[in-house]
Design a protein around this ligand. Sequence first.
Ligand code: F6R
Length: 612
Amino acid sequence: MCGIVGYIGTRTAYPILIKGLQRLEYRGYDSAGIALMDNGNASLYKCKGKVRDLENLVSGQNIAGTIGIGHTRWATHGLPNDVNAHPHKSMNGKFILVHNGIIENYASIKKMLTKNGYKFQSETDTEVLVNLIENIYLEEKVSAETAVQTALRMVVGAYGIVVICLDEPDKLIASRKSSPLVIGCGEGEYFLASDATPITEYTDRVLYLNDEEIAVVSTNGISLKNLNNEAKELVISRLNLSIESFDKGNFPHYMLKEIHEQSTTIADSFRGRINNDMTQIMLGGINEVIPRIAKAKRIVIVACGTSYHAGLVGEYLFETFARQQVEVEYASEFRYRDPIIEEDDVVIAISQSGETADTLAAIRMAKEKGALILGICNVVGSSIARETHAGVYTHAGPEIGVASTKAFTAQVIILTMMAYLIGKRRGFISDETYHSLIEQVLEIPDKIKEILKDEDHIKEISQKYVEATNAIYLGRGFLYPVALEGALKLKEISYIHAEGYPAAEMKHGPIALIDDKMPVFVLGTKDKYYEKIVSNIQEVKARKGKVIAVVTQGDTTIKHLADDVIEIPEIDESLSPILSVIPLQLISYYIAVMRGCNVDQPRNLAKSVTVE
Ligand code: F6R
């Protein structure tokens, strides 16, 4: 989604802003722009397209100035074009603004401003906001900060904004509500951004703005207030991210790098959380609330997209090992349904970015109803991580490819450890089983490496299905959510229509689609559903479908039936989602690459969905 950068200091702002925008490209966008302040004069450049198009536009122009703001826009109001791109300037030229989010009551504000003589160039809600600020500033003859505060009290919706006032050109004014904004604090210089990615190379000291806080940033420091002008405490946090983690290394795409990283990211997720003699799981972030989780009558998991699929694996895990009732909800549906939430419920929000607007809104609602709210987030310091009562970070490192891969397996391993831990505490897992499960968790990294050794074979299989227009993914039990995830991966990066189903559901409709052109990806590892999956494969073959099966090493039965098989090492069925998803990630990656798709930035998609 939209990315914001800002700089104020003593260096030339332009290269810092461009680099920052490049670092934010992964969030997904369709246009880009910057505004630079040089001795009180503003230069504004913006265009449809990529950051490199913006650089071409700016080439040969004035790029002086030590203060500036920049933006990558993911269209919400109005087409992606030059005019709708940010920054937006107010009609009388007093203010320039970049915005992430949606101003829901923009139409009524626009009407009011139009009556006051305002004319609009773009179709955006952002231009309405910048003119509202200017209108207040000019009519009420107040400071820029007060004008921004007053305007923000009037708007309904979500915003992360950075504002320049041309009459007060030595400062940037920043504020947020439901859209993230971080300020990196250097020595006499400040770096503003939608997330910490562009800040890491300059400083590890950051201020995460909270909702409805307004920061006035100058080279002398930051003044922080709320929208009612009350001073707020500056809480500076330390970032623990290395700049290398944002590079592709020797891989052609971030997605491939992130698929390969899973042998280490899984280890990072459980490192320090399992004791040396493999008898205990220790999840420090939820330690204090374990008694409450263990007593919960119901666990509700809220998430979106891939994180929702991880949540579905969580349902099987908690039911199997902790014998607790679990509901998994799309956050977007849950938040608007007035769901029944009791005080002894535990709500777990799963989010890679920790900023997904629907998931954030869902936990706020559940919190008001008195439930214990836990987070499983990847981005440290993200909004969801900060708004939950307790939680466990996945520690998968920055995920830049838009299609989530390593975050999924990290979320699943955290859920697995939680379920084992709570199951043990509730007395449903014996010491012996617990020990054996923990031992198998520790073996996952090596088993992932083994799967990745088969990459050339997986690539060859992918080649066969490059021309497919549809695909079906089937799985049962723990592997049903993996079927959903495999289908999502394929459709989002290769634009091939794909659906995942519980294998037995095939007979209730999808089987009608099967012909000799339909690839059917089947998760057929050795578990309690094995015989049933074999029957499902026979049903597909009887209708001439092409079966690509993920099987346990040494399998002979499915090997004889399927068109292609990919073997994965044997593991307890509760851990098989982590291994079996990897071949599916690779297949979607290779099919997308072979189809010439932009795998890291697929069309229309955003990495961090900060609007509902
Ligand atoms: C798919 C994908 C998305 C995200 C979803 C939730 O590959 O990445 O479906 O999983 O937008 O995002 P987070 O996990 O950041 O809340």
